[in-house]
Design a protein around this ligand. Structure first.
Ligand SMILES: O=C(O)CCC(=O)C(=O)O
Ligand SMILES: [Fe+2]
Length: 349
């Protein structure tokens, strides 16, 4: 399965300039290549503006109802009592720290290839923006051992074991969340036989946002929505993730150590016929501390036909298409992808 997700990306190669991150630690000032035009809403860096996404206890009897409301209102929620051991998450962050603190010439040994999916490199959305991001990442689809062996020939196994365990635990949690969400939407077991099998799409993404000399002008991760059904994310104790909400603007998601952020993605937005938002989010950086996050992207297999769920005689707002076709459209159009498959004129929502 993972090979097929990698294959879906192989058809859309990137240029090296959009894969190789800067050697960030060697810059005392922000290079022009990474200086973004400032907008008014950038003034609220690292301040929570009062309105925030709900924290939901997975063990609460009302969890299902709260998840439904959060997906409708925000396209995101934070989850506690999620079942993933905190020490495992901490070890993932420790391993990420071990990897990202290496000099560039070491990390480059595991560079994602132009048409590749796994490995070290800049964010996949980079080519869509005029400036570069203050970010580096490591993407894992399947086992990362071949790439990590290039960096640590005699010491790659611990990293791989931790990442594998993390993917396993994330998958179990993702299946629980999917069952809840499909229950809310009234999607039958027949339509979701892939849930709980090994026939699904998943990717683990380690993100690193180094401390930045001029954070107000820099961008950690530019605004985007995730392509997945949903994404489960853990951020280190440094804030930076912001979610956009109509009428509110960008809202900082404050980190809580034992809480995971769940962001709904494009596939869920299409499946729910726009009932659930796909959260537009970005990451801002700071000049005090490095920031790490780990994201687990989850969704149906690449050959799954994504068809909007129509209820009460409503019309489908998107044409049906396979996950692979959607990945292809998104790889060429990023945020324009939803509008391109919309059945309504001038509407992607
Ligand atoms: O670092 C974060 O908090 C967000 C990461 C993210 O949005 C992504 O990896 O798609
Ligand atoms: Fe994201």
């Amino acid at each position: 399965m993972n090979t097929t997700l990698s294959e879906a990306y192989r058809d859309h190669p990137l240029h090296l300039q959009h894969i190789i991150p800067l050697e960030f630690s060697s810059f005392r000032t922000l290079p022009d290549s990474h200086a973004w035009p400032q907008s008014n809403d950038d003034n609220d860096h690292l301040t929570s503006n009062g309105s925030c996404i709900p924290i939901i206890d997975l063990k609460d009897p009302n969890a299902m109802e709260e998840i439904g409301l959060a997906c409708e209102k925000w396209g995101a929620f934070q989850l506690k009592n999620h079942g993933i051991p905190l020490n495992l998450i901490e070890e993932v962050h420790e391993e990420a720290k071990r990897l990202f603190s290496l000099p560039s010439k070491e990390k480059i040994k595991a560079l994602r290839s132009a048409g590749g999916a796994t490995g070290y490199g800049s964010a996949r959305i980079s080519p869509f923006f005029p400036k570069f991001m203050w970010h580096e990442g490591f993407t894992i689809m399947g086992s990362p051992s071949n790439d990590v062996k290039e960096i640590w020939p005699n010491d790659y196994k611990y990293f791989c074991d931790i990442m594998e365990e993390c993917q396993k635990q994330m998958k179990t949690l993702a299946e629980k969340i999917t069952n809840i969400i499909f229950n809310i939407l009234g999607i039958s077991k027949e339509q979701n036989k892939w849930v709980g099998s090994n026939n699904h799409c998943e990717a683990l993404q380690l993100n690193f946002y180094p401390c930045c000399p001029d954070p107000k002008k820099a961008m950690g991760l530019a605004p985007h929505t995730d392509t997945s059904l949903f994404t489960i994310l853990h951020q280190s104790q440094t804030s930076g993730l912001q979610i956009f909400k109509e009428g509110v603007g960008y809202t900082t998601v404050d980190p809580h150590p034992n809480t995971l952020v769940v962001n709904t993605g494009d596939i869920l937005h299409i499946l729910s016929n726009s009932r659930f938002r796909c959260s537009l989010h970005r990451v801002v950086v700071n000049d005090i501390r490095d920031r790490y996050s780990v994201a687990y992207f989850y969704g149906p297999p690449v050959d799954y036909l994504v068809s909007p769920l129509v209820v009460d005689g409503s019309l489908p707002r998107f044409r049906s298409l396979t996950v692979k076709d959607y990945i292809g459209i998104k790889a060429k159009n990023l945020e324009g992808a939803l509008s391109l498959i919309s059945t309504l004129p001038h509407d992607g929502n």
